[in-house]
Design a protein around this ligand. Structure first.
Ligand code: PLP
Length: 451
């Protein structure tokens, strides 16, 4: 390995970091992570911290998950690649699809379409939704509705249903036919409503209103994260997603759940949809499906949709979506091992318990740190604090404050994620009570430094 001075000096010279201004990466060199063990990461200077980000919401089983590592190595030796395009398949992807069918059975999802990640999964689901309607003779159903604040990746169709201007403005025009309704975000919303249940009803009314305005017969699908993640951890009131399901059913609109973060235990249930008692028509997964060790994803599809495609005699049901790495045998082997380990450890239960601890800890910090404007979470290991320079006006905080908070928290033992004025916490689901307590203490120190 090159020495640490070389790495620090060259980092942003020859590479552009995702979701960052290139000049910012040059001016503020990132932490260079060189090792991972359990829930800890180690940087190039040998500083070891708890990874309260969990990779990027994906390393649910931590950095030392031997079964997944061994499965990857063994598959590399046996068959490192073969395509599953028409005419060929591989043994592990068949085994994986059977396991996923069982895992997603309570969600009513049985067929898997494999991808290389979350943006791919979203893109495929959106395309399949239009195709489903075309096969059924409803070719006019081409539009998508989604939530403001939602994040669905960066492919242009998926980015067009994103609900945050940051991911849109510099890439406009976005795809036509994508419309957004307010998110059930109690801290800031156009209705000035702080009661979660009332806000859920107002957002549902806005959805009904938009459907009437667009014409239900023009809408293919409604897309939502069961708990909004990248938008700043926004758990809707429990009535919201069932309300969306009901509205979609009444208007013949498909419900696509973006479970790229929420599938596989993060919410304290095996899926975010199950957390709210909803059966979506399609569910997009990626990230923790391989514990982040291999780029992989799967769109899960309901029986009802599958029957329309499989029963088609016109040829319209032929799927013209797919990636070179769809069903990659190494990714599939990683996913088989990961799913087994995820279920063996029943990580959803720890996510629920440790998530409650984290949420309680943040609520406690909000009592002593005036800079915390809002605390969100309480549904598994998805927690956020939103910072404000003025609790009365809810004004945001400047970038320097966030950078200081991040650095001091890091020095005190926890890597956290910052996004705008939000601090987002999504550690591995195997984290212990003591480690969560250490994250809370590190943040306490970070917050004290900016108070
Ligand atoms: C809810 C959601 N959907 C889609 C994506 C895009 O996934 P990827 O970055 O793997 O393309 C993400 C990524 O964070 C996500 O959080």
């Amino acid at each position: 390995m090159k020495d640490s001075n070389f790495l620090k000096e060259h980092n942003a010279r020859n590479l552009w970091h995702p979701m960052t201004h290139p000049a910012d990466s040059l001016a503020n060199p990132p932490q260079i992570i060189v090792g991972g063990e359990g829930v800890h990461i180690t940087d190039v200077d040998g500083h070891r911290t708890i990874d309260a980000v969990g990779g990027l919401w994906n390393v649910n089983l931590g950095y030392s998950c031997a079964p997944v590592k061994e499965a990857i190595t063994a598959q590399m030796d046996k068959l490192p690649y073969y395509s599953i395009f028409r005419g060929t398949s591989n043994d592990v992807v068949i085994e994986l699809s059977q396991m996923l069918k069982d895992f997603f059975e309570p969600d009513g999802l049985s067929r898997a379409f494999f991808t290389s990640g979350g943006s791919d999964s979203m893109e495929v689901a959106l395309r399949l939704a239009r195709q489903y309607h075309k096969i059924r003779g409803a070719a006019g159903r081409v539009k998508y509705l989604s939530l403001k604040k939602g994040y669905h990746g960066t492919h242009t169709l998926a980015a067009s249903v994103n609900g945050n201007a940051n991911f849109r403005t510099q890439y406009e025009p976005m795809m036509p036919g994508c419309f957004h309704i307010p998110a059930p975000y109690t801290y800031r919303n156009p209705f000035n409503e702080t009661d979660p249940e009332k806000l859920a009803q107002l957002c549902l009314a806005a959805l009904e209103d938009e459907i009437a305005f667009q014409g239900a017969e023009t809408i293919a699908a409604f897309v939502m994260e069961p708990i909004l993640g990248a938008g700043g951890v926004i758990p809707p009131h429990p009535s919201f997603m069932p309300g969306v399901r009901d509205i979609c059913d009444r208007h013949g609109i498909l419900l696509i759940a973006d479970e790229v973060i929420t599938a596989f235990g993060r919410t304290g249930d095996w899926t975010g949809s199950r957390h709210w008692g909803v059966r979506p028509d399609m569910s997009c997964t990626a990230k923790a499906i391989t514990n982040g060790y291999f780029p992989f994803g799967a769109v899960m599809i309901s029986d009802a949709i599958a029957e329309v495609f499989e029963g088609d005699k016109t040829g319209k049901g032929a799927i013209a979506s797919g990636y070179t790495y769809s069903g990659h045998p190494v990714g599939a082997a990683a996913a088989v091992a990961c799913l087994r380990e995820t279920e063996r450890l029943q990580v959803k239960d720890n996510a629920a318990a440790r998530g409650a601890q984290m949420f309680e800890g943040m609520t406690r910090l909000a009592k002593t740190h005036e800079v915390i404007g809002d605390v969100r979470g309480g549904h598994g290991l998805m927690t956020a604090i939103e910072l404000t320079s003025n609790r009365a006006t809810k004004a945001g905080v400047d970038k320097k404050l966030i950078a200081t908070l991040h650095q001091v928290t890091y020095e005190h033992g926890a890597m956290v994620r910052t996004s705008g004025s939000n601090i987002i916490l999504s550690p591995p689901l195997i984290i212990s009570e003591d480690e969560v307590a250490r994250i809370i203490d590190a943040l306490d120190a970070g917050l004290a430094a900016v108070s």
